[in-house]
Design a protein around this ligand. Structure first.
Ligand SMILES: *Cc1c(COP(=O)(O)O)cnc(C)c1O
Ligand SMILES: [Zn+2]
Length: 419
């Protein structure tokens, strides 16, 4: 199968442009990458993947941020703010409470617009320029719209975002608004928004920058490259497991692609590939269902609900790329309750790491898998936190302490805090 972890690097087809091409993950058909716009296979509608004649090795990388990894990307530079080079935090109290040998938190909320979506957009908007398109668009649970609006603005391009009405956190809409996106609120959920924007893209009205766009996942691969390099620099080894929240499963797919390409180039031993472990909210867990039932595809969940609005998704479009990754790396997927997510958000905040609810799902999932004995005590784990606390101020107020009104008087304040 084309998504095998140990498959050899593919030979470049005649359609390749400078060693880069698109390939269908279902039927294997190849396409020139920049001569025309397509998001899925012309023949079978399967997902497309960017392929390279020369997969990268660690020696090819130089500089900082996403573009340090230009050798793994289709361009030398992009429309940049800049993005990447996010911290890999020690969280000693959480590490001992969860009970694993080593726990690190890769805080993607420290990107320019506060989520990992920036890594995809720096590449995606660069590709949009190459293709000469006029208007960029996405459906979004919030963070994609914030990133698209900012990177579109940076690139001098018009942006259109479709959001599920009433289900997007305040910080994210504020970003899209100020970065000058046209914001269309749809009376439906995220999956409905994605159906509509795909239709607009199919009619040639907009260039689609959801994670269905294979170039976005190229940028997001750099999360994996950073984790491997940083972890090895600090600990002289690679993590056993990477735990991440799953919405459309773009990141899960991107991390798996990162590992496959490093294995292809000989830079990474297949035995060193971290186990990809996806976490969803119980109210939106179609990928967990597919993993638990051993299904090849997912069943679309029509009604989804969770406090973690960034992963409130019932039809993860990248499941055909992500499921093979979870299986081939020996990983798994787990669903967690909203209470567990909020508890984990508080626990991270207690280490000084402020994240939005979806991000905390990674920690909640690790806790649950450790309790179940699926994760061993001797494991070295990296949890991905995908978005910043300020993205969702309402959730933070809900999870955190209430402000206390006090009189305008020092004595009275002293009395109050002594209570
Ligand atoms: C987009 C997003 C996710 C989901 O990522 P996928 O790649 O779609 O699985 C998770 N958390 C946050 C904060 C996000 O913005
Ligand atoms: Zn195909």
């Amino acid at each position: 199968m084309s998504l095998d972890l140990t498959a050899a690097a593919p030979a470049a087809p005649t359609t390749a442009d400078d060693g880069v091409w698109l390939a269908c993950i279902e039927c294997g058909e190849t396409f020139a990458p920049f001569s025309s716009i397509r998001y899925t296979c012309d023949h079978c509608d399967g997902l497309l993947e960017v392929r390279y004649a020369d997969p990268p090795t660690f020696e090819d990388f130089a500089g900082d941020g996403v573009w340090r990894y230009a050798a793994a990307l289709p361009f030398e530079e992009g429309v940049s703010l800049p993005e990447g080079s996010t911290p890999l935090h020690h969280v000693p109290r959480l590490e001992s409470e969860v009970g694993v040998e080593r726990l690190r938190v890769k805080h993607e909320g420290m990107n320019p617009t506060g989520s990992f979506k920036d890594r995809g957009m720096t590449v995606g908007v660069r590709v949009a320029k190459e293709l000469g398109v006029g208007r960029l668009a996405c459906a979004s649970t919030g963070n994609t719209s914030a990133a698209l609006a900012a990177y579109g603005a940076r690139g001098g391009m018009a942006t259109l975002v479709l959001l599920p009405a009433g289900k997007v956190a305040a910080g994210k809409i504020a970003q899209a608004a100020l970065h000058d996106a046209r914001i269309l609120e749809v009376d439906g959920n995220f999956d409905d928004c994605l159906d509509i924007v795909q239709e607009l893209a199919a009619r040639g009205e907009v260039y689609l920058l959801n994670s269905l766009n294979p170039f976005r996942l190229e940028g997001q691969k750099t999360i994996g490259l950073e984790i491997l390099e940083e972890f090895r620099a600090d600990h002289d080894t690679y993590p056993d497991r990477i735990v991440l929240p799953v919405g459309n499963a773009g990141n899960t797919s991107a991390l798996y692609k990162c590992f496959r390409e490093l294995v292809q180039s000989g830079a990474l031993d297949p035995a060193d590939v971290p186990k990809l472990t996806g976490v969803q909210a119980e109210g939106a867990a179609p990928l967990v269902e597919a993993v638990e039932e051993g299904n090849d595809g997912i069943r679309r969940w029509p009604d989804v609900e969770t406090v973690a609005t960034a992963i409130r998704i019932g039809n993860p479009v990248n499941a055909p790329k992500a499921l093979p990754g979870i299986r081939a790396t020996g990983g798994t997927a787990v669903a967690v309750s909203d209470e567990a997510i909020t508890d984990a958000q508080r626990a991270l905040a207690g280490e000084g790491v402020g994240v939005e609810p979806a991000s905390a799902a990674s920690i909640a999932g690790l806790r649950k898998l450790r309790d179940q004995g699926v994760v061993d005590a001797d494991e070295q784990v990296v949890c991905l936190t995908t978005g910043h606390l300020l993205k969702d101020p309402d959730a933070a107020f809900e999870a955190g302490n209430d402000p206390e009104p006090v009189p305008n008087d020092a004595e009275a304040v002293l009395e109050h805090i002594a209570e």
